[in-house]
Design a protein around this ligand. Structure first.
Ligand SMILES: N[C@@H](CCC(=O)N[C@@H](CS)C(=O)NCC(=O)O)C(=O)O
Length: 238
């Protein structure tokens, strides 16, 4: 089935290396809705290609003549445009709670994962993106990549603390959204897929309820996330 949907999706030097946590949210939401999409490899400095969205970040989903951005807004659009397909939120309360989960992931989890993986990203990037990425991220962190990399052990300890509420939740239920995956899972899992694609770092240990959930999310939607290309293709696949 062709839906004519096109998604601008962040890529490394290799077109197939897709590592954006926010784009993964959208790809999983589209898979959940059973909507095929053509993904377009996009680089940080290709702002012109997505100018019609009125901003400079991905995901950008093109639906006919509409250029949608912001992963949360795209999820709401998909839910409202396709009410007949599997729901991303379940009910109005589910939508509101998923928004909180989404914001926790964006505002707390992403920065904690970034401190672990960001110094590894330049090696994966297209040459034309490297200077832009270093300049903008070092300004955001107020530290050089070398200084961030030197604090990696502390960053892993801080991340582990950040993951505590996710861990205790997943000790009681298989998915963040309950018995089956939904957008609350997509919103959080994007960060784990980001790290998995770009870095050899292990964010959680075997036996951790989060590790079991990550494995279930990798297998969901026909193994969409598990089969994604990784930077370290020689790593044992988790
Ligand atoms: N709040 C936005 C964040 C989007 C975002 O930060 N995207 C990154 C890739 S993960 C990006 O395109 N950055 C472009 C840049 O920094 O120039 C969302 O949820 O979609």
């Amino acid at each position: 089935m062709s839906t004519g949907l096109r998604l601008f999706d962040l890529a490394g030097a290799d077109d197939d290396l897709r590592f954006s946590p926010n784009c993964w949210r959208t790809r999983l939401a589209l898979a959940h809705k059973g909507l095929p999409v053509e993904t377009i490899a996009w680089r940080f400095t290709e702002k012109d290609a997505i100018a019609k969205s009125g901003q400079g970040k991905v995901p950008v989903l093109v639906v006919g003549d509409r250029w949608l951005c912001e992963s949360w807004d795209i999820a709401e659009y998909l839910e409202d445009a396709h009410p007949d397909r599997p729901s991303l939120f379940g009910c109005p309360q589910g939508r509101a709670t998923a928004r909180f989960v989404n914001q926790w992931a964006s505002e707390v989890l992403h920065p904690a994962v970034a401190r672990v993986v960001v110094p590894e990203i330049p090696a994966a990037l297209h040459e034309k993106d490297r200077e832009y990425f270093r300049r903008t991220r070092e300004a955001a962190f107020g530290q050089t990549f070398e200084a961030i990399a030197a604090e990696r052990d502390e960053a892993l300890v801080a991340l582990d603390r950040t993951l505590a509420p996710l861990r205790s939740t997943l000790a009681h239920q298989p998915y963040v959204a309950g018995a089956a995956p939904a957008y609350a899972d997509h919103a959080v899992f994007g960060a784990f897929q980001w790290a998995r694609v770009i870095s050899p770092a292990k964010l959680t240990a075997a036996g951790d309820p989060i590790s079991s959930w990550v494995a279930r999310m990798l297998d969901a939607y026909g193994g969409l996330a598990r089969t994604a290309k990784r930077m370290m293709s020689s790593l044992p696949r988790s």
